[in-house]
Design a protein around this ligand. Structure first.
Ligand code: COA
Length: 613
């Protein structure tokens, strides 16, 4: 079938649906929702059999929905109507939520229902629920709805509030007033719920250090306590810890609200700057009295991952400033960590859970140190775990934008990524596995290819290209790592076409070695099996030797330094040259400037039309 996606942007949900529908033989073209006239023109050009709206912020024009079946993907249970669906579900602590595919009609979210799916809720960021539960449910619902549409004998169900199984209701858009935190009354769980419900966008507006900031990226703190709810009691790796009535929460990111100015989401410490001069930097392990970096602690309940019989080690240096904050309880197990290491038997698991998968210079440097420390341990296999929601999206474009010289910071960041990638690619003492629980984009994809084995969860989406970011050439040794896996021709297609690639296709073309596990728990269990199997294999010494020999052969053919120098020569032009495309694209990306048109590599209908003209 010819399917037109009408969408606000080609976001993670739209990309995943595109992959799943294309895999089932459908031809999908994409049009961004710019305005009604452009939408009508796209429909005339493409003449689709079906229109799907994965992510819309406006109503579909009447001229379109009256003449075509349009599926709207609504992130809510049957009967739920209105914007902020997921936000309200989190705020109201719903035990179950869902996704409904309904037909666009004159009434917003009131059309006939083609398919619906539900899932159990968890206390998590809205962005995390969206990228996991919502996307998986949406894929199931859209595929069912498309099959029903093709069968031609399915009658969609009108919305009927008198039915006992229709539990959703029309709700008003959520306002900042609904979200605001009352630090004197709200307990930790309420504070977390409010910030989670606004995560990604728009954040919870609050007052901090005399300014107005939107809060994002929260997690609970098990030990640190303060006397003044709302007060900042500690900082760690860019995040701040604020006391609550009955505990404390970490806040990783802030966006400064200044009237009349565009705002940038930044690590909290960067956003607050000198306001934090007297706030102690607190290591998660300082209260555990560990020998850095080889101590043994507890598995944080926040990072539900491998089984809790593991050693856990933080890769941050211990600070002795803990006395400055009041400790009211024993170590509770929950805290903020962005890099941590677990060891079980002969396998080391290095986690790096960076918000949105963006990796600043400083994070790359810390991760490289942690990686090198892991290689010194008594482990035969190192598993690079990334984070629960993202593996990596490459250099940190927001931190770059905020720097005094974005060009200099881009240069520093890409070099830090390269140093990290190189450390992994050149490891001769262990076998390495990249375990992608979440999506990877741009440099993040190539970082994963530095490992000896690459595995992804089934739903993972790869964007193995840089070009969309203002013609960025890219580095991270991609000119070495990509062709050695997929060949020169495929490497050129992947980097030029700029399309997302699903995990199954990635495996078929050799970009990765395997994909499995519908959910994270399945995926992690298989990863552990594979890693343990590799470490215990009688072939281990031969495999390690073979890997070292291959690296030596490759190095003789062309040095890693040469690949890097060639890539960086191009990057220098991107950062410092006369063509400002990268700086413009980065600005538009970090400030979320709406698209003015759909690029031709996505809009197949416009490509065909311009070829005909
Ligand atoms: N730096 C900073 N922030 C980044 C980022 C990066 N490299 N990559 C993604 N993000 C942020 C987005 O701004 C967005 O932030 P928000 O939560 O404030 O809205 C969030 O991560 C999710 O990104 P989004 O684009 O909504 O996710 P997606 O799954 O729809 O798209 C990508 C994934 C990878 C296609 C897209 O994020 C992208 O193009 N990222 C930039 C990759 C890049 O060019 N990196 C630099 C070269 S190495």
């Amino acid at each position: 079938m010819k399917i037109l996606f009408l969408t606000h942007s080609f976001n993670s949900l739209a990309q995943r649906l595109y992959i799943e529908l294309a895999r089932r033989g459908h031809e999908v073209s994409i049009e961004f929702d710019i305005n009604d006239a452009v939408t009508v023109q796209a429909v005339e050009l493409y003449r689709p059999e079906l229109i799907v709206a994965p992510f819309l912020k406006r109503a579909i024009p009447e001229a379109v929905w009256r003449n075509h079946v349009c599926f709207v993907v609504h992130p809510g249970i049957v009967g739920d109507r209105g914007p902020s669906a997921l936000d309200w579900a989190i705020m109201r602590d719903c035990a179950e939520w869902g996704v409904t595919v309904l037909q666009a009609s004159g009434e917003m979210d009131g059309g006939d229902i083609w398919a619906a799916e539900t899932f159990p809720m968890r206390l998590a960021k809205k962005s995390s629920l969206y990228r996991n539960e919502v996307i998986e449910a949406a894929v199931r619902a859209v595929l069912a709805a498309v099959e029903r549409f093709q069968s031609k004998d399915f009658k969609p169900q009108p919305l009927d509030y008198s039915r006992p199984d229709v539990l959703g209701r029309l709700h008003a858009p959520i306002r900042q007033g609904d979200r605001s935190i009352d630090w004197r009354r709200d307990d930790t769980r309420t504070v977390l719920r409010k910030i989670h419900a606004a995560d990604g966008f728009p954040g919870v507006l609050d007052t901090l250090c005399g300014g107005e900031y939107y809060l994002f990226d929260a997690c609970a703190e098990g030990t640190l306590r303060g006397n003044q709810p709302g007060g900042i009691i500690a900082q760690r790796n860019g995040a701040i810890c604020r006391a609550t009535l009955d505990g404390a929460v970490w806040i990783g990111h802030l966006k400064h609200k200044i009237d009349g100015e565009l705002a940038l989401k930044l690590p909290a410490a960067l956003a607050l700057g000198e306001h934090l001069a007297d706030v102690p930097e607190v290591s998660p392990n300082s209260m555990l009295n560990l020998d850095y970096p080889l101590g043994v602690g507890r598995v944080s309940t926040r990072h539900v991952g491998l089984k809790p019989d593991l050693q856990i080690i933080d890769s941050v240096s211990t600070a002795s400033v803990i006395e400055q904050t009041e400790l009211k309880s024993a170590y509770g197990g929950e805290t903020f960590r962005d890099i941590w290491f677990e060891q079980k038997n002969n396998v080391g698991y290095l986690h790096f859970d960076f918000y949105n998968g963006a990796m600043s210079s400083e994070q790359c440097e810390r991760l490289r140190e942690a990686y090198l420390a892991a290689t010194q341990r008594d482990v035969r296999v190192i598993v690079l775990m990334g984070g629960a929601d993202f593996w990596s999206n490459g250099i940190h474009l927001n931190c770059i934008e905020a720097a005094a010289s974005p060009a200099d910071e881009s240069w520093r960041n890409i070099n830090a990524m390269n140093d990290l990638t190189r450390a992994i690619a050149a490891t001769g003492s262990q076998l390495t596995i990249a375990a992608l629980q979440g999506n990877a984009g741009a440099g993040g994809v190539f970082l994963s290819l530095a490992a000896d084995h690459v595995y992804a969860r089934e739903g993972v989406v790869f964007n193995p290209h840089y070009k969309g970011m203002g013609n960025l050439y890219g580095s991270e040794y991609w000119t070495y790592l990509l062709p050695r896996r997929v060949g020169e021709e495929k490497a050129a297609a992947l980097t030029q076409n700029r399309l997302p690639v699903g995990a199954a296709e990635a495996r078929e073309i050799g970009l990765i070695d395997g994909c499995f596990g519908i959910d994270r728990a399945d995926f992690l269990a298989r990863i552990e099996q594979i890693a343990e199997g590799l470490a215990a294999s009688p072939d281990y010494p031969a495999l390690l030797q073979e890997k070292v020999a291959r690296r030596e052969r490759d190095e003789l053919e062309k040095q890693l330094d040469t690949y890097r120098a060639e890539e960086l020569q191009q990057m220098k032009l991107n950062f410092y040259g006369f063509d400002p495309s990268y700086h413009v694209a980065r600005y538009n990306f970090v400030y979320k400037i709406p698209h003015a048109w759909t690029p031709l590599y996505l809009a197949r209908h416009r490509r065909i039309a311009s070829a005909r003209a």
